[in-house]
Ligand binder design. Structure first.
Ligand code: PBG
Length: 332
């Protein structure tokens, strides 16, 4: 035994021997600068969201505090969602383009308090649409594409007017990126970016988010506009269109179950690729950790690293602050 000695030309374990060597050869970097924190705002006090433990519905003031905590840890990008009360919901979702609505107010307040933080907004009608769909439901029950695109342009414009850095259409209507780009440019917002939800799948992983916003479709599903989970070639087609229409970033959503799509887009894209670790992915980790079945801290870093390794430049995640706290310590 003492002299057991294989004559190996390669011993890959040498590169794994110490933390310093592992850090030296690590291929995928993960820093708070790569993360975007999704935040929910509502007209009411700060309160925890039952369907998403650890996540809050904030007042504007509370949200500004959270933006500050994130920024102090190096997370300088947020994406805002409104939880709107029922009385603001209508069949056309017109609260979406109310210039005095809660999102424009919140954008302006965040930019005033934390000008360095990049503020992204969600462009879609579902928080304001009494049907719970991302688009306007026509009398025959279909989702009216072109009428919705018109509404999304108005919505994006109110966000840009309020000072949003990047608008993120998450609705999956055809032609909305080009139409939004044109509207923004016509109103002088040539510097406002567009992050397109390019490959957004008809996913059950969004369930807890819809609970948080009370925005589940009242009837039907989102399969006529969100992508079929079985497809990936189609994501390339969506990306080609979004980039041609002026998207500054493209996004895949959810992230974890769609890493092959992230890789496919990352290999073909000439713009940065984002991926959204959505509410259901967050909750799977939270639930397993709460049961003592998984180690929450290391799983968080592993899932986000996996999304980055698949090719995402940017990761949207409810774990952004928690991850940034861990990243303040050296990885081993
Ligand atoms: C809707 C929207 C959804 C999410 C972000 N924007 C839900 C949906 O499409 O039904 C999901 C985010 C998450 O699950 O964390 N425009």
């Amino acid at each position: 035994m003492a002299h057991a000695h294989l004559e190996l030309s390669a011993r890959p374990r040498r590169n794994r021997r110490t933390p310093a060597i592992r850090n030296l050869v690590r291929e995928t970097g993960l820093s708070p600068a790569h993360l975007v924190l999704p935040l929910f705002v509502h007209r009411g006090p700060d309160e925890p969201i039952d369907s998403m433990p650890g996540v809050h519905r904030w007042s504007v003031e509370g949200l500004i505090g959270e933006v500050g905590r994130a920024a102090a840890l190096g997370v300088e990008a947020v994406v805002l969602f409104e939880a709107a009360p029922d009385e603001l919901k209508t069949p056309i979702g017109d609260e979406a383009w109310n210039p005095d609505g809660l999102i424009p107010q919140t954008v302006a307040a965040v930019k005033a308090a934390h000008p360095a933080t990049a503020v992204m907004t969600d462009v879609a009608l579902d928080p304001y649409n009494s049907d719970g769909h991302d688009g306007i439901v026509a009398p025959d029950g279909t989702i009216a594409n072109d009428e919705t695109v018109d509404a999304l342009c108005r919505q994006a414009l109110t966000h840009a007017d309020a000072g949003a850095d990047i608008v993120a259409p998450s609705d999956m209507m055809d032609g909305r990126v080009g139409a939004i780009r044109k509207t923004l440019d016509q109103h002088g917002h040539t510097e406002t970016g567009i992050c397109a939800y390019t490959a957004k799948y008809a996913s059950s992983f969004f369930g807890p988010f819809r609970g948080a916003l009370d925005s589940a479709p009242r009837s039907g599903d989102k399969k006529t506009y969100q992508m079929d989970p079985a497809n990936s070639r189609e994501a390339l087609r969506e990306m080609e269109l979004d980039i041609a229409e002026g998207a500054d970033m493209v996004m895949v959503k959810p992230a974890g179950p769609y890493l092959d799509v992230v890789r496919r887009l990352a290999d073909a894209s000439v713009v940065p690729v984002a991926a959204y670790q959505v509410s259901g992915e967050y909750l799977m980790v939270k639930a397993a950790a709460a049961s003592g079945w998984l180690d929450e801290q290391s799983i968080i870093i592993e899932t986000i690293t996996g999304i980055r390794r698949a090719g995402a430049d940017v990761v949207l995640t409810y774990f952004a602050v928690q991850a940034a706290e861990m990243l303040a310590q050296p990885l081993t």
